[in-house]
Design a protein around this ligand. Sequence first.
Ligand code: AMP
Ligand code: GLY
Length: 435
Amino acid sequence: MKKVLVLGSGAREVAITRSVSQSSIKNTIFCISKDINPQISNLCEDYHVCDVNDVASVVSYCKKKEIDLVIVGPENPLAGGAVNALEQAGISCVGPKKEVAMIETSKSFARMIIDLCCPEKNPQRKEFVSIEGVKSFMEALEGKYVIKFDGLMGGKGVRVSGEHLKNISEGLNYANEIIEDGGKFLIEEKLVGEEFSLMSFVDGKTCKHMPAIQDHKRAFEGDKGPNTGGMGTYSFENHSLPFLTEENILEAQKTNELVAKQLLKHTGLPYVGVLYGGFMLTKDGIKVIEYNARFGDPEAMNVLSILKSDFLSICISLVEGKLEEEEVLFDELATVCKYVVPLGYPDNPTKGFEVFCDQNDSSLFLASVMFKNKKLIACGSRTAAVVGKNRDIQKAEAFAEQGVSNISGKLFHRKDIGTKDLIGLRVKRMKELLS
Ligand code: AMP
Ligand code: GLY
């Protein structure tokens, strides 16, 4: 009997918990998070309510319950050294130690690692701690730049010229804001093309890759509005995307392999867990936008909804360094995942309203919610995700929409994600760029 603890309680962690619960390996599941997610709690032996970033409490609870394996959902506990502390206490973890999780937690570290193993995947860039040289670098990039806070901001610390920042002076203002907060930042060349993510299971030596997925970071339809944690995702039944060639996929997979290897070489520590490569296909080939040290959210819902192999068995192979022997197979199905989020999200989200839905629906993944007086209440971040799957992406999209229509509350979602029109537009844009 394996005692498995899931750290975190969003939609991604619902997907993780469900996948563990469906394993043929006998297990009992535990969860730690600050709010009780009813879909996770239904599958759990015990639910410990505490801050997932409180490493001492996490370790002490895991020791008390004699947990065998911890699966870390979000990035903050990785940054805080939860894996280091748990492993020191003899508890295996799916998730990297903080020194290797820096591939996500420090954007400058990630760029340095990429420079060492595949420099052609990096955009032009410079790091700054003061305003000195900022203007001249922006000008050298002909005003096509991106400013990135060098730390964790949940996907919201990045501002792009021509989109969030209208001119160099708005860019300078944002740079000054970061400096006033005592922060470090990067200015990068603005890459143009189509973004996609490709995640890999990594045991330190071997990588087994997952289907390519496209996320939609912008809050509103037509890719307008502020960046969010991700409003929805889709993947095709062939595990690729219609604007990518087989070579593009192989190149992204190879990049993850090189990065995992370089991390081991640079830190002396094996990368264990899910390595998330965020890429952009540009006219100059594939470039890295970012790396994450965990499952993407919403990407986890896409891939785990079609994982054919036994997830817990994969997790055990990850921590035992035996991934090579493990089969990692996915159903040949397209998936469309859509998040419903509070009105006003992400800048001014409505909070505290009741959400009505069928919690037993297996295509529904509750996220930022809690139970209060027997009511399901939205907490302000992304509320719930719905996944549709089918051989045909259009049908998968329709299933996702149907799922969304069964949820009510002060919510909105992006109807355009996974539609023929939006995907068609992206393919067309990519063709134009490459021609
Ligand atoms: P990140 O948190 O690094 O993933 O950045 C959030 C979003 O900002 C990405 O999904 C991209 O849409 C955009 N972005 C980040 N870096 C760049 C870049 N160098 N060029 C163009 N867009 C970028
Ligand atoms: N979907 C983007 C992320 O998980 O960071």
